[in-house]
Ligand binder design. Structure first.
Ligand SMILES: [Zn+2]
Ligand SMILES: [Zn+2]
Length: 119
């Protein structure tokens, strides 16, 4: 075994089951990812996790409490994420941050000039 074989366990950022590493969006009905989806297969269209199958005039499927809870948990997660994004957006759009960013950019520009031997 190479010396690095065991010393670099995969970090959380590489965790394939982490919600932010999913290529496919979570199930619309139960809020779980595609591997953990708890929805039964619809007898009509033979797919699972389609909200239309649960609607009035749909395919007669009824949401279980687990599906409702799962979806609610996902909504809560999305709401929190949106809130965090908004807070971050507000933070960076604050005039002080904009000024700091501009100053930082100017600083790097001056530094680059300096390194090229200009002044
Ligand atoms: Zn599902
Ligand atoms: Zn269906």
């Amino acid at each position: 075994m190479g010396i690095f074989g065991w010393s670099y366990p995969p970090g959380a950022a590489n965790d394939p089951s982490a919600p932010y590493n999913q290529e496919t969006p979570p199930c619309e009905v139960c809020g779980h990812n595609e591997f953990d989806c708890i929805c039964p297969e619809c007898p009509v269209c033979e797919t699972s996790g389609d909200p239309h199958c649960y609607e009035t005039g749909g395919h007669g499927l009824q949401r279980t409490q687990a599906q409702i809870d799962g979806r609610a948990a996902l909504d809560e997660l999305i709401r929190k994420q949106a809130e965090a994004d908004r807070a971050e957006g507000e933070y960076w759009s604050h005039p002080d941050r904009q000024r700091e960013a501009a100053e930082m950019e100017q600083y790097w520009r001056d530094l680059a000039k300096h390194e090229r031997g200009e002044s």
